[in-house]
Design a protein around this ligand. Structure first.
Ligand code: C2E
Ligand code: MG
Ligand code: MG
Ligand code: MG
Length: 288
């Protein structure tokens, strides 16, 4: 057939596809700052459950963006663009301040709740970060132990001296620190011993099929034993079903975050969920 013509058409289609995704990226980057101040961004909270104590006193805060033209945009997409365009600090500051205000509001009903906020590599290089966060906590009279910060292995590994210095300051001030998505980056269990962190979150990649995959189960068990041996809290991310829960328990992992317990919820719904769970949390575990 007319292959030259077909190639030309394919190339045109490919290029227009490229243009479209480029246009989308530009729109996202352009609208990010306005979105934060105009109510398009909001926060959802996903419970982290202690499956041995059958108890919940922590959650992860996750950002959401409902764009007026583009609709729902996943943080997987716009966090990367915010990092690349130098706007991630706007998001991180907004998250930290909003979560701290929410924690202040929750002090009466949920005084022992700890909420974690995700930070990016760039945030960890800011030498003013620890002091800034401590001042916000003081301003809202929120105990430092109510805040936890999640960061990936690669974010910690970038400019180690600067980052480790910040982590030490944060830890000294009483703020909790967690390694996120453990197992997906340049993992080395050895470097965990030198990091001033409290918690290790095992990536969903190892959890999502744990009941069927004995290798995943072995990896989760080994990572859990090592991390617990180093005195860390271990959390399995992304657990969706009951059979997975049994496998995670068998691997010795004590804390679980995932759709099985709850999807991320609005602040109001999370508060209701927490009250309900603390009164009848055991029912989640009946047949395990
Ligand atoms: P993450 O920090 O590892 O957060 C966990 C992600 O797994 C969340 O996706 C959560 O909704 C999802 N998840 C939890 N349980 C399950 C499950 O059982 N099944 C499945 N399929 N997914 C589950 P989300 O909210 O889309 O966030 C994706 C990523 O975007 C986060 O991964 C984090 O890296 C980033 N992110 C989200 N919010 C923020 C933020 O405020 N700041 C920064 N810097 N990054 C954020
Ligand atoms: Mg996280
Ligand atoms: Mg994670
Ligand atoms: Mg992630």
């Amino acid at each position: 057939l007319n292959s030259a013509k077909n190639k030309g058409l394919a190339l045109a289609l490919y290029q227009s596809g490229q243009d479209e995704s480029h246009q989308r990226e530009l729109t996202i980057i352009r609208d990010l700052p306005i979105a934060l101040s105009s109510g398009q961004m909001y926060i959802v909270y996903q419970p982290k459950v202690d499956i041995l104590a059958k108890y919940c006193n922590s959650a992860e805060a996750l950002i959401r963006w409902q764009h007026p033209q583009l609709g729902f945009i996943s943080p997987v997409e716009f966090i990367l663009l915010a990092e690349r365009s130098g706007n991630i600090n706007l998001i991180s500051n907004w998250m930290l301040q909003s979560v701290i205000k929410q924690l202040a509001a929750w002090q009466e009903d949920h005084p022992d709740l700890t909420v974690s906020v995700n930070l990016s590599a760039h945030d960890l290089l800011d030498e003013h970060l620890p002091q800034t966060i401590v001042e916000w906590l003081e301003e809202w009279q929120v105990p430092v132990s109510a805040l936890s910060l999640e960061m990936t292995e690669s974010a910690v590994m970038q400019d180690t001296v600067k980052v480790i210095n910040n982590l030490h300051q944060l830890k000294t001030s009483g703020i909790r620190l967690a390694i996120d998505d453990f197992g997906t980056g340049q993992s080395s269990l050895a470097y965990l011993k030198s990091l001033p962190v409290h918690e290790l979150k095992i990536d969903r990649a190892f959890i999502k099929d744990i009941e069927n995959n004995f290798q995943d189960a072995l990896i989760v068990k080994a990572a859990t034993q090592l991390a617990m041996g180093l005195g860390l809290k271990v959390t399995a991310e992304g657990l969706e079903n009951r059979s997975g829960l049994a496998s995670v328990l068998q691997a010795g992992c004590q804390n679980v975050q995932g759709y099985y317990f709850s999807k991320p919820l609005s602040a109001e719904d999370f508060s209701l969920w927490l009250t309900l769970f603390s009164s009848q949390g055991g029912t989640f575990f009946n047949e395990v």
